[in-house]
Design a protein around this ligand. Sequence first.
Ligand code: BGC
Length: 272
Amino acid sequence: MTIDYEKGILKNQTALVTGASSGIGEGIAKAMAAAGANVVVNYSSKEDAANLIVQDIKKAGGSAIAVKADVSSEDQALAMFRTMFDTYGTVDILINNSGIQKDSPFKDMTLQQWQRVLDVNLTGAFLCAREAAKEFIRRGIVPEHSRAAGKIIFISSVHEVIPWSGHANYAASKGGIMLLMKSLAQELGPHGIRVNSIGPGAIKTDINRQAWETPEAEASLLKLIPYNRVGETEDIARVAVWLASDEADYITGTTIYADGGMLLYPGFAAGG
Ligand code: BGC
């Protein structure tokens, strides 16, 4: 499926999408490019995949570069921002999407499993948000490009509010993102910076392949989704483009859940 978004809704803007070599990040990178933004496709290891995405964007008439960085490393994150500034001069939209799971029953969870998830999902988001905020404040609002000085969008999860047994590290990282996002929205609002999250439910990507790959797994997953379909990356990409655009200019400090109703306590549809 390709996103047929209103052409140019993000034109003259540069978007950095972290973790853009697959899954939701890939979908968002392509959608942002289709909406007219220059896109920095960040990846940590899948270089070939990132280069293919850049090629696809260029073939469709867009502009993109692939930049390698592990967002949890301060040096690498800063180097990525420098490369972006050398190429596109500035940044207007940060999509803090990089995220991993390292699932384990809690009593067996290693410090490494805990730490790595917090490092990528929360510290990586912090580092990129900080660098973006510096640039947004330095540059200020460019009225021909956007009403805002900058937009930060965290790709969080329904698990910023839904507890998740066997995934305590992941849920803790997403709960952390929720208050990081709100605190930044409060602090950066006076600078004309909007900060929001998207909270995806179950979206078909590699991270949760085992939850939808077989018909049995999908049937069991659908019991958690009142709208009765597993999400696609485009479901999130569309929201991201809109939320980054001036169409959403009065929205800050909010999570938009795109989850087919996963947050509606589906177990209560027939119980309680
Ligand atoms: C997780 C997926 C999961 C979904 C819904 C996401 O944040 O990464 O593995 O399927 O939440 O539970």
